[in-house]
Design a protein around this ligand. Structure first.
Ligand SMILES: [Zn+2]
Length: 121
């Protein structure tokens, strides 16, 4: 198995949030993604499979946009020095600097970041 170089902790954390034990009835465990399992071990195996898939499948479009992720992007944007912001954000997201710009504008639209001042990047 080959791991992707650019997998970020944020991606894995976002993924894990999508797979929670939603319900247990008659000893059948239901995952929040809709799958169900008759043995506790099957649920654990399902979580591991989902994470392994995330770690090994290329995601050229970057991690899914969530409020939590945009908040992280905004925090990095605020703390990183001028001129180094996009590189830091791209590194965090595991995407190219130009894709990182898309996340920054999404964060601005969500009001998590102030609107761009003049031409400062
Ligand atoms: Zn699931």
């Amino acid at each position: 198995m080959t791991y992707r170089k650019n997998t970020t902790v944020a991606e894995v954390v976002t993924l894990m949030r999508r797979h929670k034990l939603a319900d247990v009835a008659d000893r059948v465990a239901m995952c929040s993604c809709g799958r169900w399992f008759k043995e506790p071990g099957q649920f654990s195996a399902h979580l591991i499979d989902e994470v392994q898939e995330q770690l090994t499948t290329p995601h050229p479009r970057g991690p899914a946009v969530t409020d939590e992720l945009l908040a992280e992007v905004a925090a990095i944007h605020r703390s990183a020095p001028e001129g180094d912001k996009m590189r830091k954000i791209a590194e965090f997201l595991g995407v190219s600097p130009s894709s990182a710009g898309t996340y920054v504008s999404r964060a601005r639209k969500s009001g998590l970041l102030e609107p761009r001042e003049s031409a400062a990047a």
